[in-house]
Design a protein around this ligand. Structure first.
Ligand code: ATP
Ligand code: MG
Ligand code: MG
Ligand code: MG
Length: 469
């Protein structure tokens, strides 16, 4: 049971057998939630069920949720290409209790799935609990039989839906991937290494934050869990990097083939990983009708696409690359996500157009960046004026400039950048406030059906000015 498809169905079947309703993934663009750029966890579609504002015909649910963490509170954009475990787009397996079972049952389910269904070796597992959560510590001990030193108190195990609303402690499950990798167990100074991998988070919604100073016990506490599909697939496939799983190997093979960049340096490998990752995020967003633009969700998409395009340029790709990788993605993920084959033509067209438009300014901008930084070295900072010029004239999102200088350990004067922007853009549009009305996949495809597949207005209608998120 190591393929993504097998894992998805094993997880859903495990919880369906335990009376959970199997609920489809909600869109990446959250419906009716202007506070959130993209769905970033399985619980997002159930927010109102947790608070009691919405009733569903079930009190237990399970899902495989499409997630994007590339902006807002959870932003893993800067991690991609640098860590073995982060993606901008990923799938989250989850089980949920809405005032039904609580800690003991949630821990039992998780432990049974991990040690019996997918057979992970118990002697390699660690869990974390909030230091004050003696209840969870006791339950883990009773249910898993893990020794005390493998149930680690960690201050970060606190979770809240927002400044007000449900909140509580959480527990995370880690696996020790062996001493060949750098890193220490959670709570140690080396916990950020790759050796100890967090793969499942169990959230115990126990309290309600009523206002800044008041926290009350929820009458019927709830459970929200999330496990990264790509991480668990890597563990089961015996690899210690998500990008070495079969899905990513196939995407990276396509990137190698179409770019012709066969070199095996760390830099080239990282570029292929970024390209493969960003291909997924961009394609899934476009499939839902998000189009590159200069604000809000569209600007996050543009940043993802342009970052990938810089990496394609870095590895020497002469022609637009991203759009040629779409068939490989559809072959890998099209069965589980029909919106991909359905949106394929749009995805290809959007990637191709953005890449064609950006190529020339990308090359010229990189030249300017080189010239501006020839005398700079480790620990130095690029001035804000130049970063703004790159943004304004060459279409370089700030994070692209930062990413381009990261390997040389050169920073960017962000305050100077913002000042330059404010000066020149006194009339700039206000930062994205969120309408909550972006096209959902259903709306998008309805429009597409109405106007035909080739009608494509994205670039002509976009605003000229930028907004930095
Ligand atoms: P990390 O500490 O590794 O960044 P997290 O604590 O931010 O992970 P959670 O918010 O607890 O992650 O999300 C639940 C699970 O989703 C994680 O345990 C992990 O398996 C998975 N996950 C989270 N972020 C990512 C990501 N960027 N790419 C792939 N999987 C992820
Ligand atoms: Mg994280
Ligand atoms: Mg974590
Ligand atoms: Mg976590």
């Amino acid at each position: 049971m190591t393929s993504l498809a097998d894992l998805r169905s094993a997880f859903l079947a495990f919880f369906a057998d335990r009376d959970h309703a199997v609920v489809p993934s909600s869109p990446l663009v959250p419906r009716n939630d202007p506070t959130l750029l993209f769905t970033n966890a399985g619980m997002v579609q159930f927010k109102n069920v947790f608070t009691g504002a919405e009733k569903r015909p079930y009190t237990k649910a399970t899902s495989v949720q499409k997630c994007v963490r590339a902006g807002g509170k959870h932003n893993d954009l800067d991690n991609v290409g640098y860590t073995a475990r982060h993606h901008t787009f990923f799938e989250m397996l989850g089980n949920f209790s809405f005032g039904d079972y609580f800690k003991e049952q949630a821990i039992t389910f998780a432990w049974d799935f991990v040690t019996k269904t997918i057979d992970l070796p118990k002697d390699k597992l660690f869990v974390t609990v909030y230091p004050k959560d003696e209840e969870a510590r006791g339950l883990w001990k009773k249910i898993s039989g893990l020794s005390d030193d493998r149930i680690i108190g960690h201050e970060s195990n606190l979770w809240a839906m927002g400044p007000v609303g449900p909140c509580g402690y959480c527990s995370e499950i880690f696996i020790d991937q062996g001493p060949s990798l750098w890193g220490g167990p959670p709570g140690s100074p080396e916990e950020d290494g790759d050796r100890f991998l967090e793969f499942w988070n169990l959230v115990f919604m126990q309290f309600e934050q009523v206002d800044e100073n008041t926290r009350v016990e929820l009458p019927r506490p709830s459970i929200d869990t999330g496990m990264g599909l790509e991480r668990i697939a890597a563990i089961l496939q015996g690899v210690t990097n998500n990008y070495d799983t079969d899905l990513f190997r196939h995407l990276i093979a396509a990137s190698v083939e179409f770019s012709g960049a066969r070199g095996n340096t760390d830099e080239i490998r990282a570029s292929h990983r970024v390209i493969a990752d960003h291909l997924r995020a961009a394609s899934f967003l476009i499939a839902e009708g998000v189009l590159p633009s200069n604000e809000g969700r569209g600007y996050v998409l543009r940043r993802i696409m342009r970052r990938a395009m810089r990496h394609a340029h870095l590895i020497g790709s002469k022609d637009p690359l991203m759009y040629r990788l779409v068939p490989a993605l559809v072959a890998e993920m099209g069965e589980a996500y029909p919106e991909l084959p359905r949106g394929q033509a749009l995805i290809v067209e959007t990637l191709k157009l953005e890449e064609s438009r950006f190529r020339e300014t990308l090359a010229r901008g990189l030249k300017l960046l080189d010239e501006a930084t020839t005398t700079l070295g480790k620990g130095d900072t690029l001035d804000g004026e130049t970063a703004f010029k790159l943004y304004d004239t060459y279409g370089f999102p700030l994070d692209l400039t930062q990413d381009a200088l990261k390997a040389r350990h050169i920073g960017v004067d962000v305050t100077g950048f913002t000042d330059a922007m404010n000066r020149q853009r006194a009339e700039a549009r206000k930062a994205w406030a969120g309408s909550g009305e972006a096209a959902t996949d259903t709306q998008w495809f309805a429009l597409q059906d109405e106007f035909g597949k080739t009608e494509f207005l994205g670039y002509d209608t976009e605003e000229a000015e930028g907004t930095v998120l």
